[in-house]
Design a protein around this ligand. Sequence first.
Ligand code: KIV
Length: 291
Amino acid sequence: MATSKRMTVPAIRDHCCSGAASAAAVEPLVMVTAYDAPGARIADEAGVDMILVGDSLAMVVLGYEDTLQVTVADIAHHTAAVARVKPAALIVADLPWMSYHVSTEETVRNAAELIRAGAQSVKLEGGRKRLPMIEALISAEIPVMGHLGLTPQSLHAMGGYKVQARKSEAALELLADAKALQHAGCFSIVLEGVPDEVARMVTESLDIPTIGIGAGGQCDGQVLVFHDLLGLEDRVPAKFVRKYASLKDDAVSAVRRFAEDVRSGAFPDDSESYHLSEQQAEALSLYGSPS
Ligand code: KIV
């Protein structure tokens, strides 16, 4: 269990912002994904501000090709595992595709399932067209993090995972979306896959923090997927991923050495085995060996 003070939604919302001078004085926020208890412990001991139980779960843990396959039950199951660790970091759980698209009632019920699983806030993708859902969540006291730019749940509508807002009109649309989300009460917004200049313009225009992924270095914080930064993934990483370790290679080599040791008889050795007391061994020998 974490010993430091628990991060809160108001602390994240009020972390930076309003004006370049004050923004320059504060440390950027750090968010990382985690999907289970060991991942949450690692993230929390490393001192991150927020743990995102992202719908990237679908791809990096559950083996699906995109995030569209994951359900509210999946995210709730993994959120509960993260929450059992009682991290100091704020837990944000992703609302999966189709869990907030049908009606405000369904949206609130689905988000409540994630809060009951242990999340302190939820994240959803999309701009002004999501406002009724965001407002319903906030009036049900569920804090919301927005997600704009390259929104992976819109994979088919975008025609692939493509950097967004490359043209000035699209950048201004993105800015209008960000302002609308802030006005609706979002406490923070993820900006994914947008040019650095656009992320900067949005960041400087908002009073709530932006968290970037593939959005350059001007955001108020950064997020990476746990498996990407630890090198646990086979996928070719996107340009914005910085790999801080190669744990997949280390893990394969460790399991290979175990297999070699078992096959050669080197594992287990005496120190890794349990033994009878001399007296019991002697008593057992009286019975002789089984025929
Ligand atoms: O699901 C996820 O991991 C995310 C991050 C990439 C922001 O939404």
